[in-house]
Design a protein around this ligand. Structure first.
Ligand code: SAM
Length: 282
């Protein structure tokens, strides 16, 4: 079969199974199988694929039919300005998390060598994106999941930052350390009610450890705020992502733990998702 025939069969198969971006997904799957770019494929539609490649293509199509997210099938996701390895042990980096990067970069002058902590690093996408652009800074990244940390370490190597980031397998509340200038975190913040109602692809395939924030959704947010209050230098900043309806209680938690609120940043759909605050007293 040639590329054209394979792509239209793949597109039809996914469309029949109600996969939304069936055409793009079949092209991306074929590009993974052939290890070629989409452009190389689309400009050579009369080229043929062999049986082994065809079998592999079908194997990925069947995974996609079962609603497995494309990032897990392809093994990578683009986030901010880089590409990140992804597997089932890490959350797929989300566009809304790019607000943390934007806000962090505004708060780190280019020539400063700050010491940064990333709590719940997952794929490492937050801290790697920052250190790529603020080359004088160094960082620690912690995660309770060792398999996630492995992915983060691979991403640090991929982006030549393995000597700048110390990775530690530990829970937020257990972590003891010297003080930091800046703490960043996108903790798990989904509550029990919302967890049961997540889209099937998220609920079935993404790690519960990266999503679930306890019955009310604040268990890990609280840990991040308490630990940041302990580990930030005076006037150090905490930048945290929260769920779409968690602003008020998070602001109260921050104020009662000695933080001044600098800014609340909205995501593209206008929801308040990222809080920038300063540790002002002990
Ligand atoms: C929402 S994901 C964020 C991953 C990544 N930072 C991102 O933004 O894409 C939360 C991460 O926190 C980790 N985690 C959950 N509970 C934790 C805890 N108590 N201590 C440390 N890490 C934790 C999970 O394993 C997961 O990797």
């Amino acid at each position: 079969m040639n590329y054209h025939e394979v792509l239209s069969a793949g597109n039809n198969f996914l469309e029949l199974n109600e996969i939304k971006n069936s055409k793009l997904d079949s092209e991306l799957i074929l590009s993974k199988v052939l290890n070629k770019t989409r452009e190389q494929i689309l400009s050579n539609l009369n080229n043929n694929i062999n049986q082994k490649q065809f079998n592999e293509y079908n194997y990925y199509l069947i995974r996609r039919k079962k609603k497995e997210p494309m990032a897990y099938i392809l093994g990578y996701k683009n986030f901010w300005k880089q590409k990140y390895y992804i597997n089932k042990h890490v959350l797929i980096p989300r566009p809304e998390t790019e607000h943390i990067i934007e806000e962090a970069l505004k708060n780190i002058p280019e020539n400063r060598s700050l010491n940064i902590l990333d709590m719940g690093t997952g794929s490492g996408c937050i801290i790697i994106s920052i250190l790529k652009e603020r080359t004088k800074c160094k960082a620690t990244a912690i995660d309770i999941c060792n398999k996630a940390l492995k992915v983060a370490k691979n991403n640090a190597k991929l982006h030549h930052l393995e000597n700048k980031i110390k990775f530690i397998n530990i829970g937020i509340d257990k972590y003891k350390s010297y003080k930091y200038d800046l703490i960043l975190s996108n903790p798990p913040y989904i509550n029990k009610f919302d967890l049961d109602r997540l889209d099937e692809d998220v609920k079935v395939f993404e790690p519960k450890l990266a999503l679930y924030g306890g019955i009310d959704g604040y268990r890990e947010i609280e840990k991040v705020i308490l630990k940041s209050s302990e580990l930030l230098k005076e006037n150090g900043k905490l930048i945290i992502e929260i769920g779409y309806n968690q602003k008020n209680r998070t602001l109260k938690l921050l104020s009662s733990n000695g933080f001044y609120i600098n800014k609340i940043s909205k995501d593209l759909s206008g929801k308040e998702r990222c809080i920038i605050s300063t540790k002002i007293n002990k």
